[in-house]
Ligand binder design. Structure first.
Ligand code: ASP
Ligand code: MG
Length: 411
């Protein structure tokens, strides 16, 4: 008998029929002798509806009350799901985040899970019940309801799987798994059968949306095997697991892109200690997260500094940097919102030479100028003009053979 945590996203529980369908799937798995803990999202569109309602009350909704309304969507789906199971003649119980005691910090609307109590779930499992837990929510030590940030139900599922030492965590969604790139812009994109935690972390942080990045972090830390798969098509999906030798045989596993950043350049700043800190401290004090940073070396004592920020923070960051430029006597500030970051990710980069040069050559052959480059052990990112995103993704996908069968990604 295995203990399995399954999570179903909003499109899988979008209406009563779909909730009944999910109940049937869970019952099938239960009939094989497994113990089941089922984490559900709100019905598709519900959380957005609550955001909209809240904004009609207050321009910036009170964070505590925001979490009270945001968390209510999941409360509805778990109750309906438990009813569907009972209607089918089995026993189920729904539990909210505060009943399970999913403890979080106090950062309303983007809280982090600190601990999960498993006693209540174990007790009900021992009684032979199917447990359904509301995703995306937790409770502070002061008993205030929190939510984990949009897409947070994945994290609830993996955190529960880790705490319960479940044998498996299955993430059911409306796509068949993790793809070599976004199938919406590249028709050659293929489902990846197995991918390492580290590659998945990179892909999630670089723009792939199929899994909430924090859930992958949890899965890696607690070695929870993750299976991302479709609710509607009964095929194997993508396994996100610990790396093995085979995975390294392919230089590139996936290509991600992100069109939601902007670039800022501050030119002719003095090349001396303390300047970077003067530029970036006021930006981080406003909670703006800087992604790539490039500082040029120059002949003489002046240099340029270029960095990227989320596009939604662009105007504010520009204002701050203009002020700093004034204070430190820089020549000027410029920027662009028309950028995209295209990244290739693969464990195989560690031992295949020339991956970066292939990437640069492929982009050059298409006449695409690279504005910024950053690398880690298993990824290379290039910032380019946004209008070339699709072209860059498609040509790189082909150049690295991701459109073809490969033992490392197909077995
Ligand atoms: N319902 C939440 C959202 O829409 C959490 C989730 O679905 O994972 O963001
Ligand atoms: Mg999601």
């Amino acid at each position: 008998m295995a203990l399995i945590v399954q999570k179903f996203g909003g499109t899988s529980v979008a209406n009563p029929e779909k909730i009944k369908n999910v109940a049937q799937k869970v019952l099938q798995c239960c009939a094989k002798g497994n113990q089941m803990v089922v984490v559900l999202s709100a019905m598709a569109g519900e959380t957005n509806r609550f955001v909209d309602l809240a904004q009609q009350m207050q321009a910036i909704p009170d964070p505590r009350e925001m979490d009270v309304i945001l968390s209510s969507g999941e409360q509805a789906t778990i109750a309906l799901f438990a009813m569907a199971i009972k209607e089918a003649g089995n026993d189920a119980i729904s539990l909210l985040g505060d009943q399970v005691k999913i403890r979080t910090d106090k950062m309303h609307t983007r809280a982090r899970i600190q601990s999960v109590d498993t006693d209540l779930i174990r007790k009900h499992l021992d009684d032979g019940k199917i447990i359904t837990v509301a995703g995306f929510q937790g409770v502070t030590e002061d008993d205030d309801i929190t939510t984990l940030g949009r897409g947070g139900s994945d994290t609830t599922a993996v955190a529960l799987a880790a705490a319960l030492q479940a044998d498996l965590c299955e993430i059911y969604t409306d796509v068949e798994g993790v793809y070599t790139t976004d199938p919406n812009i590249c028709s050659e994109a293929r489902k990846i059968n197995r991918i390492s935690y580290d590659e998945m972390l990179e892909l999630a942080s670089l723009g792939a949306k199929v899994l909430d990045i924090r859930s992958v972090g949890f899965a890696k830390r607690y070695k929870v095997p993750l299976h991302v798969r479709s609710t509607f098509i009964d095929n194997e999906g993508t396994w996100v697991v610990e790396e093995d030798k085979k995975m390294e045989s392919k230089p590139v596993s996936g290509i991600a892109y992100n069109k939601s950043e902007a670039r800022i350049t501050i030119s002719k700043v003095q090349d001396k200690p303390g300047i970077a800190s003067k530029i970036f401290t006021p930006i981080s004090e406003k909670g703006i997260v800087v992604d790539m940073i490039i500082q040029n070396t120059r002949a003489g004592d002046l240099t340029d500094m270029t960095f990227t920020v989320p596009r939604t923070d662009y105007e504010q960051a520009l204002q701050i940097v203009e002020q700093v430029a004034n204070d430190i006597g820089a020549a000027g500030v410029s920027g662009s919102k028309n950028i995209a970051k295209v990244s290739i990710v693969g464990l195989g980069m560690r031992n295949h030479a020339g991956i970066a040069t292939t990437m640069f050559k492929v982009l050059a052959e298409e006449g695409i100028n690279i504005q910024m480059i950053s690398t880690s052990e298993i990824k290379i990112s290039c910032v380019i003009d946004k209008k070339y995103t699709e072209l860059a993704v498609r040509t790189l996908h082909e150049a690295f053979g991701l459109d073809k069968e490969h033992p490392a990604i197909t077995s």
